[in-house]
Design a protein around this ligand. Structure first.
Ligand SMILES: Cc1cc2nc3c(=O)[nH]c(=O)nc-3n(C[C@H](O)[C@H](O)[C@H](O)COP(=O)(O)O)c2cc1C
Length: 227
């Protein structure tokens, strides 16, 4: 499988979230070999979408000649698009959002009704493409935190999506937290293997992965104590 990882953390490979993503990919590799390419989005020149809709009227060519051209080509060749990002203000970091906006050339101006919503008609057949979101965050609570980002991802990619969210993610970069992060990453590896083998992740496993690693109050006390 060709996997394109869009690392939305400005911390590049030092990203807390990328610990989770790497464990997931390791699990996938246990099941089968994969071709994996990681793009650190922060290092790419991606202009903001101008909102001109030129791409939707001229067969998919954007007015900007920047790194997005190559990224769109890679998306078209991929089997799995993996968005790895930290939660920023309940959404994705701006550079990754800029990339997402610039995927406009992949669909045409024409709208079609799918179920009870409208979407633009694709300029190519994306039915084989699968979408994965792996999102870490700094607060200990999963509820009242990830929902906007999760909803946006589901709306953007209504089919073939899988979503992993993990609170308390700065602990993945804290060696003193290994007693809880190592077992959590083992679960993530298990999820990766399962996903590669079956295309889905067991709901109970997803829920376990998405739960706080240490009690919320304890995590908040540690963070506050260190200030
Ligand atoms: C600009 C900014 C906004 C953030 N917004 C949130 C937020 O809405 N919810 C949350 O739980 N954490 C938030 N955080 C914390 C990060 O999600 C957290 O530090 C995460 O572990 C960073 O992951 P990374 O190392 O992969 O970049 C924010 C951090 C920054 C810098």
């Amino acid at each position: 499988m060709k996997i394109l990882v869009l690392n939305g953390s400005p911390k590049r490979d030092k990203s807390d979230t990328m610990h989770i993503t790497r464990a997931f990919l390791e699990g996938m590799r246990e099941a089968a070999p994969h071709e994996i390419h990681v793009i650190d989005v922060i290092d790419r020149r991606i202009e903001y979408c101008a909102g001109c809709f030129a791409c939707k009227r001229n067969g998919g060519t954007c007015i900007y000649d920047d790194d997005m051209k190559m990224i769109l080509d890679e998306i078209l060749e991929s089997d799995l698009l993996l968005f790895s990002f930290p939660l920023y203000c309940y959404g994705m970091p701006a550079p990754l959002k800029a990339l997402l906006d610039r995927t406009m050339p992949l669909s045409s101006m024409a709208m079609q009704k799918v179920g009870d919503r409208y979407e633009h008609v694709g300029q190519a057949d994306f039915s084989r493409l699968r979408y994965m979101m792996i999102c870490g965050c700094g607060f200990p609570n999963s509820r009242h935190n990830f929902e906007p980002a999760v909803q946006q991802f589901k709306q953007c990619f209504p089919c073939n999506h899988t979503i992993i969210t993990i609170p308390e993610s700065p602990m993945f970069n804290a060696p003193e937290a290994e007693a809880v992060t190592v077992p959590r990453l083992a679960l993530v590896r298990q999820a990766g293997k399962q996903y590669a083998e079956t295309g889905i992740i067991d709901a109970a496993l997803l829920a376990e992965i998405g739960s706080p690693m240490i009690p919320e109050e304890q995590y908040a006390a540690i963070v506050n104590g260190g200030m």
